[in-house]
Design a protein around this ligand. Structure first.
Ligand code: DSN
Length: 425
């Protein structure tokens, strides 16, 4: 036995335990968060984390990869089956690196990208000026209309004017269905690639509650830790087959699978995180079960009930509702900023995040809205009945935003309620 002091770190162990308790004792309603299974957690904490394996299965730069090759191949095959594509890259460390890889694969620095602005529901990597996507590329940003809906005519007009090489669809705070075919038509009209970032809606795509962009977009990217309930990570999906390794590649549609693989490694990343790949494989196995479709349906049903209940209580939802897993609420008529609402709800044990609303007059650091969703509560087994209760609690916390004692009592009540809805085990 090695006498190196592999001591346990009780301080960190305790904090991990406290975080588990915080999650269990409250309502996690940030729509990009979820609770992963013990099966996923087990492989995340396995010896797979020790292994280097730059390259792809069967073509690695290191020895000893026989087992991690099998893990990665299983993850790839499951991703292909689940989403109905012929090529899947499972190595991106998370969503932002995955989008970076897509840009690196398809574009040259300085090329024009047309994506939704962060403050209207896009993501930083969709062209925000302070992000790599807005500094290395010529980013042009579209907005929603005043009600919060995508204005496809405006997107088409901007595409004609700016001739982007890549159009990005898929959003982080957009509560409505995306018309992938319209985005495809716009992309084709200017000969642009179309990237569908379905990180937020991939579970709904799997369950059929949101149209799939597969076969429409050139590249589909999803993170694996939101609706998919896997570890942090991402899938980059496309159709076609990779070509021979050393051939020089033009940035054409038929070369997309190879361009993506080469953008990940050697383009941007080193060794894949094999424990993470294993966790993705486990989550994909779960997502391939019929029950996962039921989960997706329930997420959408829960969001609809929650949205309707909140609107009955006078909450103003951007676009007047939702047909996804999330909603954005303008808090102005309730006399609170998004930050104040986030804080009050947090004290009651309801975790949401402050969020801009379309054409927000306030700063993004203290915006007008909050964003919340149902994926994590649905994982815990909550259904329509519980959503009615959750809406009542949200209303109550907002009405008592200045009353710490009341919010503390609410937290106790909510903690009691959560005992019937344990985290997955
Ligand atoms: N940070 C994620 C979200 O909250 O939507 C997007 O990557």
């Amino acid at each position: 036995m090695n006498d190196f002091p592999f001591i346990a770190d009780e301080e960190i162990q305790e904090l991990a335990k406290k975080e588990a308790e915080r999650q269990a004792n409250g309502l996690e309603m940030i729509p990009s968060e979820n609770h992963t299974s013990e099966a996923v957690l087990n492989v995340l904490g396995s010896r797979l984390t020790d292994k280097y394996s730059e390259g792809y299965p069967g073509a690695r730069y290191y020895g000893g990869c026989e087992i991690v090759d099998q893990v990665e191949n299983i993850a790839i095959e499951r991703a292909k089956e689940l989403f109905g594509v012929t090529h899947a890259n499972v190595q991106a460390y998370s969503g932002s690196p995955a989008n970076q890889a897509v840009y690196f694969a398809l574009l040259e620095p300085g090329d024009t990208v047309l994506g939704m602005h962060l403050f209207y529901g896009g993501h930083m990597t969709h062209g925000l000026k302070v992000n790599f996507s807005g500094t290395l590329y010529n980013s042009v940003q579209y907005h929603t209309d005043k009600s919060g809906f995508i204005d496809y005519d405006e997107v088409a007009k901007m595409a004609r004017e700016h001739k982007p090489k890549l159009i990005v669809g898929g959003y982080t705070a957009y509560p409505r269905k995306v018309d992938w075919k319209k985005l495809r038509e716009i992309a084709d009209s200017v000969d642009a690639f179309l990237l569908a970032d379905i990180s937020h809606i991939s579970a709904l795509v799997v369950s059929g509650d949101h149209p799939s962009p597969v076969g429409i977009a050139d590249v589909v990217m999803t993170t694996t830790h939101k609706g998919m309930r896997g570890p942090r990570g991402a899938l980059i999906l496309c159709n076609g087959n990779p070509s021979t390794p050393l051939k020089k590649l033009e940035k054409t549609k038929e070369n997309i699978p190879s361009l993506i693989d080469r953008a990940i490694i050697p383009g941007l990343q080193g060794g894949p995180h094999n424990h993470q790949t294993a966790g993705i494989a486990v989550a994909l196995k779960q997502a391939l079960q019929p029950e996962f479709k039921e989960y997706g349906h329930q997420v959408a049903k829960n969001a609809k009930v929650l949205a309707d209940e909140l609107m009955k209580r006078g909450f103003e939802l951007v676009t007047g509702g939702t047909d996804t897993h999330l909603m954005v609420i303008d808090m102005n008529n309730k006399g609170l900023s998004g930050k104040e609402a986030e804080k009050a709800l947090g004290k009651a044990g309801i975790t949401v995040n402050k969020n801009t609303v379309p054409f927000d007059p306030r700063s993004p650091f203290d915006p007008s809205g909050i964003r919340l969703g149902t994926p994590a509560l649905t994982t815990r087994g909550m259904k329509e009945k519980e959503m009615v209760q959750v809406a009542a609690w949200i209303d109550e916390a907002v009405q008592h935003a200045d009353d710490d004692a009341h919010l503390k009592n609410m937290h106790k009540e909510i903690t009691k309620f959560t005992k019937d809805f344990p985290l997955p085990s």
